[in-house]
Design a protein around this ligand. Structure first.
Ligand code: ANZ
Length: 828
């Protein structure tokens, strides 16, 4: 057989994958005995093929998992499938393949790819969302939430994607478009199931502060998404008749500048207006048109459309009578659905006022004594000092807000209020390939939950996939028609299925007890493995999965199933994989196929490149030369060590200080131990995986230099370097690591060896050049021990013949000594 690495890569990789599997090397213990490490990568949707983004994500996780194992932790490193979702159903519609079949085929193909890459997953814990043994627990959690009022049904205006024929959560609308298919999202009113995210908004926000090992960017995104707004609700009394309009404002300090109010077109105060009068008729037309616009309009931005309602209200602070308008830009779903408009200081109000010729009255200026602003083209929106505001004149915005709120509270027309943008989570999808929502609609009993003992509500297999007319479940009589569990009369099953984000909101708990048939998981097992020590995935989940899974954790905690309120200690969001500056994607045609890379270079090179080419958080630009470079590095390691392996295997280990004082050997041993120290810190503390690759390249150079002048008696030092190198490669290029380790006489798997320890003796560069100054001028250099004490340094300087001319006969007045660098003697 040839000795060339190229000819053997495939065989080496297959061999070690087989050995790992035989040795069951990645199995996590039921429960960790000592230190534990839960290393998790976001589970993939089984599209059929891995892309480079997956390879990168999993290479990072695998490096850390292997490293932690060698450091002695019990490691849980599982993998599973987010296997419900629309592409499976679309395949059924377009190609007539059943979603279940399509999904299982894809899972099989992708598992094979993952195995070919040699990732160290404990496959015995694999989960897949589409399997009834998994999704029955989605249903179970849903029933628990229903029981506690955390799941409810309500008629709501929802985001609707015409092309997917389904509802989207707010989180799934990106700039007015569907997150999945990019079609324009419209509004529609539907009866929906919701999970009460709003029950946890305060906590979701407050706990962000505790997540100090999460990227700042993710925390900021969640904070903004949560959208906490502190302000006040003020009642403006109707001038005629009784009652009034509550408005929500964050800028109470501007209230003397309110020149009109605007209510949402859906606002109930408008219902009381007689539609038969001329004004009433115009209003009714406007409201109908607004509803149509809301329906057709992109969700992104509302325009300046609006009309005067004829109503008037009184500003309770200054008694001013102002008109009430209705306009598209005020949303019924936020605050109170009504605002006071302050066009001088709010940009949207300014545009509305300008469009409709309404007055603009400034009440905030930059500082006392400054000229008042003259809003001609835009509002001045910053805080400042209040004027034109009666008794509040001269106060800062903040002080005025407090004083006005207190006054309004005392007099009973205002109260402090906090509003959130985060809404409840609409989970209803009019789709087949998802978890059936376990309720039954009975004409007499209304919504009746399916009893726990009847779970899972199975997805029927034989359904029509036409892509028309909404959910296939609604067209499947055998599924649809059931007896009411309460009264036994004919009833109808709920046909909505759950948003697939429900599936991924708790899967990481299931990994701790994946085969449990009695419960979603045993709390003790989860307790033993949680929290997740490291979670790796894309930042695009910051306001989706990473909010939903935090919410679920809090719900599970309140159900007494888990003890922690947050599931993830450290979050790593890996950067994108780019080619020619843009994210790899099929539509752009710039995809590099992992299989192709594996065939050409092997799994180790493919993994190594994704780790080496950029720090984990940064985008990675794919470049073939870089891949070649990584390949050549492994090849050089192979060429250096494979031919010498047998000799090194039978050589002895070096003594603790062997080689000390002999330049070549000392240099090699120092490099060996420094490399250990550096890589350990890089992976353990910093999660840097690119720098370890460079460190190993440097070590290789040192080893090559060493063997160029190979001399008798070198073997022990080289053996140490070689065996260390084989082990240090384990997290990064695990197959070649195992092969070399075995050739070097390692015995058991490299993966099972303890991570090498750096000997401090070799870490200090002992001798250094000490600069010696006399009265501030450099007069000589001394070769001394790095940690030489001050008295010894002075004694050595005084004893040095070359320095004698400057020091002899002159008393020392002052000593400045920087150990390892500089000695300055002030003499006189
Ligand atoms: C008067 C005012 C004056 C406002 C000013 C702002 C600046 P955030 O921070 O997003 O909570 N608002 C309240 N409810 C609304 C609704 N349903 N639809 C549209 N706009 C609404 O924004 C709060 C501000 O947004 C509120 O404060 C209100 O305008 C507007 F110089 O009141 B403000």
């Amino acid at each position: 057989m040839s000795d060339e690495y190229r000819d053997q890569v495939a065989a080496i990789e297959a061999r070690w994958q087989e050995r790992w599997s035989q040795a069951n090397a990645f199995a996590a213990p039921e429960r960790p005995g000592g230190a534990k490490y839960y290393c998790l990568e976001m589970l993939p949707y089984p599209s059929g093929r891995l892309h480079m983004g997956h390879v990168r994500n999993y290479s990072i996780g695998d490096a850390v998992a292997r490293f932690r194992r060698m450091r002695g932790d019990a490691v849980l490193h599982p993998m599973g499938w987010d296997s419900f979702g629309m592409p499976a159903e679309n395949a059924a519609i377009q190609r007539g393949i059943h979603p279940a079949r399509w999904t299982t085929d894809n899972i099989a193909a992708m598992s094979k790819q993952l195995r070919t890459l040699g990732f160290s997953y404990d496959w015995s814990r694999e989960v897949a969302a589409h399997r009834p043994d998994y999704y029955r627990w989605n249903q179970w959690f849903f029933l628990k939430m229903l029981d506690r009022g955390l799941a409810y049904r309500s008629r709501r205006e929802v985001n609707w994607c015409d092309s997917c024929e389904t509802v989207l959560a707010n989180e799934q609308v990106e700039s007015g478009r569907c997150w999945r298919c990019d079609s324009v999202v419209v509004r529609r009113e539907l009866e929906q199931w919701f999970l009460r995210l709003s029950a946890y908004t305060e906590e979701l926000l407050a706990d962000l502060k505790r997540l100090d090992a999460w990227p700042e960017a993710v925390r900021t995104i969640q904070e903004n998404w949560n959208g906490r707004s502190e302000g006040a609700i003020v009642r403006f009394a109707l001038e005629t008749g009784t009652g009034g309009i509550d408005i929500f404002t964050t800028r109470l300090d501007t209230i003397y500048g309110a020149t009109f109010c605007v209510v949402a077109p859906e606002h109930p105060v408008l219902d009381a207006i007689d539609p038969h009068g001329a004004a009433g008729k115009r209003l009714a037309d406007f409201r109908a048109a607004a509803a149509a616009r809301r329906h057709a309009e992109t969700v992104a931005e509302a325009g300046k459309e609006g009309i005067d309602t004829g109503l008037r209200v009184v500003n309770p602070y200054n008694g001013a009578s102002i008109p009430v308008w209705t306009g598209d830009f005020v949303l019924m779903g936020y605050g109170t659905g009504a605002i006071m408009a302050v066009p001088a200081h709010d940009q949207r109000d300014f545009e509305f006022a300008t469009a409709h010729g309404l007055p603009i009255r400034p009440v905030i200026r930059a500082a006392a004594g400054e000229p008042p602003p003259q809003p001609q083209t835009a509002a001045t929106t910053e805080d400042g000092v209040v004027f034109n505001s009666g008794v509040y004149d001269g106060r800062t915005s903040a002080a005025a807000r407090d004083a006005m709120r207190d006054a309004g509270m005392t007099q009973g027309f205002a109260r402090a209020s906090v509003q959130y943008r985060l809404l409840d989570w609409g989970i209803s999808r009019q789709r087949y390939w998802g978890t059936p929502i376990p309720v039954i609609h009975c004409p007499d009993d209304g919504v009746v939950p399916v009893s726990e003992k009847d779970l899972p509500v199975l997805l029927p297999e034989d359904v029509p996939f036409t892509g028309k007319g909404g959910s296939p479940l609604a067209q499947t009589a055998s599924f649809l028609n059931v007896a009411c569990p309460r009264c036994g009369k004919p009833a109808r099953r709920e046909t909505d299925t759950m948003d697939t984000f429900v599936d991924s909101s708790w899967y990481f708990y299931r990994y701790c007890d994946a085969k449990n048939a009695e419960a979603a998981f045993a709390p003790e097992k989860v307790g033993a493995w949680f929290p997740i020590d490291l979670y790796i995935g894309g930042i695009n989940q910051a306001h989706l999965h990473l909010i939903y899974c935090r919410f679920f954790t809090k719900v599970l905690r309140d159900l007494g199933l888990v003890t922690l309120g947050e599931p993830v200690t450290r979050l790593l969001c890996q950067g994108m994989v780019l080619k020619n500056g843009t994210a790899m994607s099929k539509s752009k045609g710039n995809v590099v196929d992992p299989d192709d890379m594996i065939t050409r270079y092997g799994a180790d090179t493919t993994r190594l490149f994704t780790l080496f080419a950029a720090p984990p958080e940064k985008d990675l630009e794919w470049n073939e030369q870089g891949v070649e470079g990584c390949y050549r590095f492994l090849e050089k390691v192979w060429r250096l060590l494979a031919p010498r392996a047998a000799a090194l295997a039978s050589a002895s280990d070096p003594g603790p200080k062997e080689g000390h004082g002999e330049a070549r050997r000392e240099a090699l041993r120092r490099k060996t131990h420094q490399t250990i120290a550096r890589i350990t810190v890089d992976i353990e503390r910093r999660l840097h995986l690119n720098t370890p690759v460079s460190s190993l390249m440097e070590l290789l150079n040192q080893m090559q230099e060493f063997v160029r002048a190979e001399a008798p008696g070198d073997a022990p030092c080289l053996r140490e370097a070689a065996r260390t190198k084989a082990l240090l490669l384990q997290p990064l290029a695990p197959h070649i690591s195992e092969e070399l380790w075995s050739l070097l006489g390692g015995g058991d798997l490299a993966l099972r060896q303890p991570w090498p320890a750096a000997d401090p003796f070799w870490l200090v560069e002992e001798e250094i050049e000490l600069v010696v100054q006399v009265n501030g001028r450099v007069r000589g250099h001394l070769r001394v021990a790095r940690d030489l004490g001050e008295a010894d340094a002075v004694a050595l300087a005084r004893a040095d013949a070359r320095l004698a001319a400057h020091l002899e006969g002159r008393a020392t007045r002052k000593i400045v000594y920087l150990p390892g660098r500089l000695l300055n003697l002030v003499v006189g």
